[in-house]
Design a protein around this ligand. Sequence first.
Ligand code: SF4
Ligand code: SF4
Length: 799
Amino acid sequence: MPAIPRPAARRCRLSPRTPRAVRPRAGVRAGLGVLVLTLWALGLAMLGAAPLAAAPALAQGAAQVAAQAGSHTGAHGGGEAADPDLAPAVPDPALAAALFGLPQGTLPTLTRIDAPVPGWRAEAQGAVLGLIGSTWELVGSTGYSSRPLDVLVAVTPEGRVAGARLMRHAEPVLTLGISDADIAAYVDGFAGYDTAHPAADGAGLPPVISRATISTGVIRDGILRAARILAGAQGLGAGGIDRVAYAPADWPALEAMGALAHVRVSMAEAAAALPTAAPPITPSDAPWFEMWTGLADTPTVGRNLIGQAALTEAAGALGPGQALLVVLSRGLQSHRGTGWQREGRFARIEITQGDVRLTPAAADYTQLAGLPIAGAPELKERSVFRINADPAAGGIDVTQPFRVTVLTPRAGVGGETLTLPVSAEVTLPAAFRLAAPAPEPPLWQQFWWQKRHQVAVVGAMLGVLGLILFAQEWIVRRHRLWLRLRTGYLLLTLLVLGWWLGAQLSVVQVIAFLHALLLGFRWENFLIAPLIFVLWGAVALGMLFWGRGVFCGWLCPFGALQELLNQAAQRIGIRQIAVPQALHERLWVIKYTLFVALVALSFYSMERALVMAEVEPFKTAISMRFLRAWPFVLYAVALLTAGLFIERFYCRYVCPLGAGLALPAKLKVFDWLKRRPQCGRECRLCETKCTVGAIDPLGRINANECVLCLRCQVIMNDETTCPVLKRRSRGGAPEGGGGGGFKAPPIPPAPPPVRPTQVPSGAHDGAAAPVARAEGDSDQKHAAGGAQPPAFRNQRVTP
Ligand code: SF4
Ligand code: SF4
């Protein structure tokens, strides 16, 4: 191998700019250190001020909801929370009227209830309209920002969503880009949804807003979960009464299916139970009191037992949350007695369930002249009562067993009134229960299923990228292959990931993740966006291996757009601006400052941070494909225009996401980018060609800035561009015949000598040391890395 002429003279001809280039970098690091420390302190302060203060209320709310609602997970503060951020939204009569669709001028009365679930019972004109609940209070709904997301949901006694209203949110996508009207229309779309008969595949639900999948998804999740809880609290959604199915049946059939509870007390039993009755009861087998009772709400019982006409009349008078109870009796005693007309209630009849005790009112009574059903015994009294079947309004749960008791009286020897209770237990037969709807899979599972094809596409792209990165040493020796792979992949990233799938990662997601870690992490909130989740998972793993370049260099649609536009600009001859290294490094401060400021501001005000996050043009250029208000479009176009003259201008100086991804660059495991000892000293081609200016005048790669485009690796392996290889080939093979890619600029003229004080001790060892070595001196080739500043250590030096 021909030896490269020993360039001893150049050892003292390092650019005088070099020492200055080192100093700003140290300054940047120091500044960043201060900023990170500030952020850390701010985070601790926020932790102390907000989440810790909220913790007891959160725990209390969670315990309360878990106890009251049983099956769902709650994480809320309830009405007792001192922090207004944790208090659920409270409906007023006007809002309740709107939710239940009442005519103008009709205002319902609202009663706060705490059992069976916390919420508000709405009544108008004596009828229960339903329940209103807060999603934050009922299910602890949090948005993608990990902040409370509160929707008031109104559910009728039939389990139908009457209306919903978004009351509070701190969602990134809802703040800008999507109008309040869009969101209001989306939330309104839940009106009419029947929790008892949910349609398959979410039919009947408003589709999530495509540019706000995550936030509208969590809104939908909160509304549906809260609606089911409110429906369940009204006896629905978990096996309510089937008021539709009908089958002909006679009396024995109704008794056999358990629709009529039966009890009989003979005269002999009554005589034994009331021995002091006066006159004494004559024992016999004749009935003292015999009763059949049951619910007549179902068509099978009602139509067969009392007839269609009577059922229609009785059911027509039923209000929400009421049920029909039929009581039929014979024997010596009467279940009605005579005092009900005077007292306005049937004092002899008690309907009990747990602590609930009801006495039918005279106004709720219908007398039946006869029964049309075949096989009925001879009866003395036939009554139908409307009873309160709304547990939330102090009624009984008719889907659960309850007792009907008739207090049969008899005078005692002392003139007192003796009472013999005769009781039957009523249980709704299984045949008349609605099957509880199968629990819907979590929303995130539905989304993953719906997006399975898109996930497969993203997975395939990630697989290809993995192959490219693992085979990078082989690829960079083939200039044309690299160029095609790179251009093709960037096109895919822009067109498929960006404009088709909308899978553009954003600093907002980083902020949301940090908040979730501090305020309560919920996987569901992140799993709800499958593509973003897969991308972030891959980026996190890739960053561990290769640093931020996995995303910035290959998977960022906006980065791809900038690079492709710049390629086109260079093809048509637009001259590139070379930013002086000192200025270049100072401008890096902008993006790091932006990132830290965004994170810090988000702990003060998420809303303001989200507004500030508009510094990212991603939503405009990628998510909304430039279909946005002109100031946003102008801003994005200005950045892209700057990128025509300075490649990836936005990535270099502005992007807070890129800065956030650069911070953990030191953690990366692999460092497969190679340098030559001559880089930066004899040749600065890579420095001038680097996509983002990540190579300093000494030829060292700044891992924080490198986007892993592999361009420098291609250059250093191309005999037509790399001066070192050219010199080698001059000693052997003739020049040319390579890929014909980059044109090597002339080696810069020797700068004036450097004053010793300008050069920090050992700052140039990495570049200068190989000068004294002969080419191919493998024993010394890693010595350069050992004396390099930390940001440039571990770079592989190739002779
Ligand atoms: S620096 Fe920002 S815009 Fe550039 S590639 Fe990275 S994330 Fe995308
Ligand atoms: S250092 Fe090399 S791999 Fe990194 S961005 Fe610059 S040219 Fe691309």
